[in-house]
Design a protein around this ligand. Structure first.
Ligand code: SME
Length: 168
């Protein structure tokens, strides 16, 4: 199911359409796995030049693979590893223009060249991360990082995180 027409939209209009579209999907059901699965699919659909879009859930002190679109990926990432671990540890978005230059980058798909990771948290408590990978160097602009930080807030607020128990 694809409902989104990104053709020739000015950036602000694109952003508000994407935000509203994701909000509608997240409120259509309150089961966390369904919410994240549709969110990954939606983001993959509306963003150009991605080869992976999905979630890692914070569980048992590490990041565990959640719903995603793309090739199979590593299932567990500790907080002291990779771009995802850094975003999770610092609770700050990580925008990496060239993943080969990022010490400790975890290459799940050799095609990935740049990456944007948004931490998902509520009241300072880490819930997981949104991870976007692109086969194009410097794919993600600063403005997209700002926009996806807002998307991260939406996800943090609307996803039913209780469906992902915190222990192993
Ligand atoms: N590249 C990530 C690992 C996850 S995959 O890209 C799906 C990282 O360095 O944390």
């Amino acid at each position: 199911m694809s409902t989104f027409q990104p053709i020739d939209c000015p950036p602000e209009e694109w952003e508000s359409t994407v935000y509203a579209g994701l909000e509608a999907l997240l409120t259509a059901d309150d089961y966390g796995i369904s919410q994240l699965a549709n969110a990954a699919s939606f983001i993959m659909d509306v963003m150009s030049d991605l080869n992976w879009a999905g979630f890692y859930i914070f569980r048992g002190g590490e990041l565990v693979l959640g719903p995603f679109q793309g090739k199979p990926a590593c299932t567990r990432i500790s907080l002291n590893r990779g771009v995802c671990g850094e975003a999770a540890r610092t609770l700050k978005p990580m925008r990496v223009g060239n993943v080969d230059l990022f010490p400790g980058h975890i290459a799940c798909d050799a095609a990935s060249k740049s990456e944007l990771v948004i931490p998902l948290h509520q009241d300072g408590c880490l819930k997981g991360v949104l991870d976007l990978d692109s086969p194009i160097l410097e794919r993600f602009r600063h403005e997209e990082e700002i926009f996806f930080a807002k998307i991260g807030h939406l996800l943090s607020t609307l996803v039913r995180w209780e469906d992902f128990p915190g222990r192993k």
